[in-house]
Design a protein around this ligand. Structure first.
Ligand SMILES: *[C@@H]1O[C@H](CO)[C@@H](O)[C@H](O)[C@H]1NC(C)=O
Ligand SMILES: *[C@@H]1O[C@H](CO)[C@@H](O)[C@H](O)[C@H]1NC(C)=O
Length: 308
């Protein structure tokens, strides 16, 4: 009898796995449009952010992130078979430049790790894939909840941030150690004593923005994207732990959970900072930061002068 039950449940697991979308094997991303027509649309995400083509919009105000810095909260965290997802409380919200308020729902990660050199961000910058990408999924506050918002044309907004490897980041210690408790799909744990704002980049002011979609089925084209220019710094060891701690529905280590970049078509990407392609320093530098640096240098000089 027990054997029969096992066979039956294996059969159902198998049947379920066949309909489950994947990044490779089964319903792969090239086949998503067959079951989820929106995935073949003209406003898909992610995209390659080509900095020379991004339009500087000086009227774009910084995002107003509310409740992100709250302490002493508990966050449920799950391995859903595709990624690690953290449930966010509705006290967290984001107001964009035009005054639309979006309520936070969840955050999740996209990483690579298929081999030691494989990065896994979804958006790329000038063709370069970053190490990891975090998505904070929000829904428009004018709707009662996510379910009501998820099919509306102005329903969703995602705040995205990149992780680069650089040095150990202790704000990520408890998140990373909790991964051991959700090794298998469906397992849940609770994240305590963290502050979400600490897990974001230092500069929350400068971003790219464009209209796109969810990057996983059903790929609904109703997402206002905000991709932060600054990135989060973690050590190589921390990155390797994120890449190698959790398994998918086939009991394989979850690797390369990112979608390929999609054509831009008629869309325009905007940013609230300037890009200086001829500057010597790597990466974009905002005009404000450039001025700030200048000011600091002057101050230092003055101090030195006073002492001398
Ligand atoms: C940010 O949004 C919150 C919540 O909507 C609001 O109370 C606050 O005044 C806003 N802050 C700024 C600087 O606009
Ligand atoms: C996954 O692997 C673990 C450890 O080897 C095993 O206990 C578990 O039964 C496996 N699960 C599935 C669904 O194959």
């Amino acid at each position: 009898m027990r054997a029969l039950v096992t066979v039956v449940s294996l059969f159902f697991l198998g049947a379920q796995a066949q309909h489950e979308w994947t990044y490779s094997g089964g319903l792969e991303e090239e086949q998503w449009p067959l079951e989820y027509p929106s995935c073949g649309g003209q406003k898909q995400s992610p995209i390659d952010l080509q900095r020379r083509k991004v339009q500087f919009n000086p009227y774009l105000k910084p995002l107003n992130l509310t409740g992100y810095g709250e302490e002493d909260m508990e966050f449920p965290m799950i391995n859903n078979g595709h990624t690690v997802q953290i449930t966010l409380p509705p006290t967290m919200s984001m107001t964009d430049s035009d005054g639309t308020r979006y309520i936070a729902l969840q955050m999740h990660y996209h990483w690579g790790g298929g081999s030691s050199e494989v990065s896994g961000s979804e958006h790329t910058i000038d063709g370069i894939r970053r190490v990891i990408e975090i998505h904070f999924v929000h829904y428009n506050a004018k709707y009662a909840n996510y379910d009501e918002a998820k099919d509306k044309s102005d329903g969703l907004a995602v705040l995205a941030a990149f992780i680069q490897d650089y040095a150990e980041n202790t704000y990520y210690s408890s998140f990373i150690s909790e991964l051991a408790n959700i090794q298998y799909p469906g397992q849940t744990t609770t994240l305590n004593g963290i502050d979400i704002q600490d897990m974001l980049p230092g500069d929350l002011y400068h971003y790219y923005t464009y209209s796109g979609s969810l990057t996983t089925p059903p790929c609904t084209e109703n997402v206002k994207w905000f991709v932060l220019e600054d990135s989060i710094k973690l050590s190589r060891t921390q990155v390797l732990k994120i890449e190698n701690s959790v398994k998918n529905h086939n009991n394989e280590t979850l690797h390369n959970g990112y979608r390929k970049t999609q054509p831009l078509h008629q869309r325009v990407v905007e940013a609230n900072f300037l890009y200086f392609p001829n500057k010597r320093q790597p990466g974009p530098h905002s005009f404000e930061r450039y001025l700030l640096k200048k000011k600091k240098k002057k101050k230092k000089k003055k101090k030195v002068g006073a002492r001398g």
